[in-house]
Design a protein around this ligand. Structure first.
Ligand code: ATP
Ligand code: MG
Ligand code: MG
Ligand code: MG
Length: 469
């Protein structure tokens, strides 16, 4: 089943169950300064959950474009390393605003997956929040999933890809326990079932998360009940497509086939499974849709995330031997693939191409010299790239520090982030003393909170501090 048909089958199913079909909202949250990007389908409904906005319907479904490349949900570093993560992806979702709750949400999901999409029941595993006996019993007694394929999961203590059955969009806002559905891609693939020590592998892949939205988390961490319990679900379109198209990796589905082929042609690469082609195909989606949604490359906030993603893609092209521009040429095949589902992409094609070409030519001037510096530094580094060198790459050659860290990772090296931050602070001091320091513009609260003097200045914080090139 092609991706386009999966989208429509999903929407048709929920329409038949009384859901109103709503359009995808922008990747830039309309009225939520606490959030960098739309990272899930529920973002546009946040105020409905909180009770401050009323809709004329109580059931909705949609296909939402999402980005996880900054803030609480950041999968940028997983792209190219797992079979299941993208920066940009589409999330199929259905919602109940104070209408149905656990029983119906579970029954709908099961019927759609096994009755409509005909997934084999014995390949599906489910997880529930460790204290949620009600969800456990619904799966076990109502649906008939054997107890040995239902896993109780507690709170994630911070491991990036550990299963987590308490969902939250951000550090504050609507949240609640969830139940998730996994597909077993078979024993020839490494990885254990959810909750096991090697769950991070790609054998058991999470396809659908059903969240029972019950709480609003305050900045001090306390939970208060929402006005009415709601349901919020999200299923990765590309992950479901992989299952339905009998391939293991998201990057092997129909939607990516053409993109990867064009990337291979543009970079003269023979091996279509080359990791860099996957990264480029992933990043052209993220970058194009960010530009469609009004973000342009810049030195802070959302624009800096875009710049970081573009430069990562360009570096992968460079690694494949490209010495001119190529990335903007991926927009055309992307429009062919997704322009029908997203007419705004087709309408803005020329604009997106221009924006990418400009950034591409700009970085092209320093990429080669930066790579030369990196190679020289790496040759004399044992396990870690010194912070001062990472800073020079950033300051003189326009290498965002996460790009340097990514290149380092490929060679088994890390970056001395403390040293990098120290160099950054010293430079800020110097420019402040020189009277050249300019106050930063408005930035999302999510970033601002990480920029407090006492807070750890991680990748996300650094991305707002700008690069000179
Ligand atoms: P994972 O544990 O695999 O990182 P998640 O638990 O972070 O996924 P959710 O926040 O529950 O994901 O999002 C709902 C669904 O969206 C997931 O079940 C998955 O199908 C899909 N999804 C999440 N992150 C990505 C991603 N980076 N790329 C593609 N699909 C994703
Ligand atoms: Mg995740
Ligand atoms: Mg998960
Ligand atoms: Mg999940």
């Amino acid at each position: 089943m092609k991706t386009a048909e999966i989208r429509s089958t999903f929407l048709d199913y929920f329409r038949s169950k009384g859901h109103t079909i709503v359009p995808s909202s922008s990747l830039v949250p309309a009225s939520d300064p606490t959030l960098l990007f739309t990272n899930s389908g529920m973002v546009q409904f946040k105020n409905v959950f909180l009770g401050s906005e009323k809709l004329s319907y109580v059931r909705a479904a949609d296909v939402q474009r999402c980005l996880r490349a900054g803030g609480k949900h950041n999968d940028l570093d997983a792209v190219g390393y797992t079979a299941r993560h993208h920066t940009f992806f589409e999330m199929l979702g259905n919602w109940s605003f104070g209408d149905y709750f656990k029983r119906d949400a579970i029954a709908f999901a099961w019927e759609l997956l096994t009755g409509v999409f005909k997934l084999p029941k014995d390949k599906l595993w489910v997880t529930v929040y460790h204290t949620d006996d009600e969800a456990f019993d619904l799966w076990n007694k109502d649906i008939g999933v054997p107890a040995e394929r239902i896993v109780r999961i507690g709170d994630n203590k911070g491991a990036p890809f550990a299963s987590d059955n308490f969902w939250q969009m951000a550090d504050t806002g609507p949240c609640g326990p969830c139940t998730e559905i996994f597909y077993d891609h078979g024993e020839e693939i490494a990885g254990g079932p959810p909750g096991s020590p090697d769950e991070d592998g790609d054998r058991y892949i999470e396809i659908w998360n059903l969240v029972f939205m019950q709480f609003d988390r305050a900045p001090d961490g306390t939970l208060s009940p929402l006005p009415a319990p709601c349901v919020d679900t999200g299923m990765g379109l590309e992950r479901l497509a992989a299952v339905l198209q009998h391939v293991h990796s998201n990057y092997e589905i129909d939607l990516f086939e053409h993109l990867i082929k064009v990337a291979a042609e543009l970079t003269a690469t023979k091996d279509l499974a080359n990791k860099s082609l996957r990264v480029i195909a992933d990043h052209i989606r993220a970058c194009s849709f960010l530009i469609v949604d009004g973000v342009l490359p810049s030195n802070e906030g959302r624009g800096y995330v875009l710049r970081r993603i573009i430069r990562r893609a360009l570096r992968h092209g460079w690694m494949l031997g490209v010495r001119g521009d190529f990335f903007w040429k991926m927009v055309q095949p992307l429009v062919e693939e997704m322009g029908e589902a997203y007419p705004e992409l087709a309408q803005k094609q020329a604009f997106v191409e221009d924006a990418l070409r400009t950034e591409e030519r700009r970085f092209g001037e320093t990429l080669e010299n930066g790579m030369r510096l990196f190679d020289a530094v790496a040759a004399k580094s044992n396990d870690s790239i010194p912070g001062a060198d990472a800073f020079r790459l950033y300051d003189t050659y326009g290498f965002p520090v996460d790009l340097t860290a990514d290149i380092a990772r490929e060679r088994g090296l890390t970056v001395d982030m403390d040293g990098f931050e120290q160099s950054m602070r010293e430079q800020q001091e110097r420019s402040r003393e020189g009277g050249k320091f300019e106050a930063k513009g408005q930035m999302p609260a999510e970033l601002a909170s990480q920029l407090q003097p006492t807070a750890f200045l991680g990748y996300d914080a650094l991305m707002s501090q700008g690069s000179k090139v």
